[in-house]
Design a protein around this ligand. Sequence first.
Ligand code: PMP
Length: 400
Amino acid sequence: MSTIHAEARLPLAARSEHLVGSVIDSSTSLLAGQTHDIVRLAMGSPAQDAIPSEALSAIPLASHAFDYAATEGDPALREALLAQLAGTSDATTPDRLTITSGGMQGLDLAHKLFTDPGDLVVVEAPTYTNGSATALSYSADLLEIPVDEVGLDVERLEAEVRRTGRRPKAIYSIPTFQNPSGATLSLERRIRLIELAREWGSMLIDDDPYGLLRFAGDPLPTLHELAEGDPLVFSVRTFSKTVAPGLRVGWVDADPSLSRLLINAKQAMDTCTNLPAQRQLAGFLDSGGFDAHVADQRIVYKERKEAMHAALTAHFGGRATWTDPDGGFFLWVTFDPPVDTTALFEVALAEGVALIPGNAFSPGGLFPHSMRLCFASTPPERIAEGVARLRRAVDRLLQE
Ligand code: PMP
């Protein structure tokens, strides 16, 4: 994370001091500029071969599909999405639904509505720092609370809030197959987290892009479902991981009393979400292809996670530990004895493998000896090659 400093003589807003860049996003352009062969374990993209590009391209788009769309979302997508969600843990009603430009816009809308300068916002440690950066962009004061094998340490959160007497305005959680750790918040903790949000009057920002991509274990109810319409729960969803991130389409599921404000806020941001992309998604959902597509992805990602585990065991057994997610895209690796993963990033890139250093997942720069690896976008043989290159990079770094 780098802070942008005000240039002399430009009348920058005070909030510009709080605009921090994303190491994760910047890796896209950094890697695009490389000419040598790189195994890309950095970005959290779905498998290229798993993107239903043919089905999406086959959706006819007449000239009116390139017009402005309704701010709350194109009726065709809203209807298709409501039908898709019916009977699932994310089932919802039209008055709660706003189509957004990806999950990121949902997070931005949440903080735009609820975060004033100096408000305390709880984030997980580690967390998806694009999410914490959004809170920072509204000048929030962040409190990092650790994540363990069963997600956010809710007891620790409670103890910390009781100790300081400072109630959070918002709690930002990625409860399922967390980015970056892969951890899933247990049912007990989900229930307790909602109780605490109620006790403190805190908004609970429920960011769950990976929940459908479960390849082991039993599904858990979402925070959205457990909260039974409690207005304090603000759910952010996206098609970026299940269909394609380049479409930039997601949705917010929030209390109906917020829908006018959400529309007003979105009208002052981008008027509406990209209509051709909404029509493509509506067509894809209407074709009935979504469930089969997600089922296929689960099989692919399970195989890739296992390939990554096998390669890590072969190359780093006894030298590092790593998480074992039941779904999603990511593994979190921690080196023992410590390896500085920011320094490793450069060496690994030269060896032909890309990762994201651990401190990119903490606004306070924690986790210098950890790293995130994405297993989802790379076939098993390439994962094996990538981890072998990583081993060479670690050996080189330790010799230097
Ligand atoms: N939340 C989490 C936890 C994510 O991992 C991502 C994408 N990496 C997003 C939100 C943002 O999703 P989108 O690309 O749809 O804006």
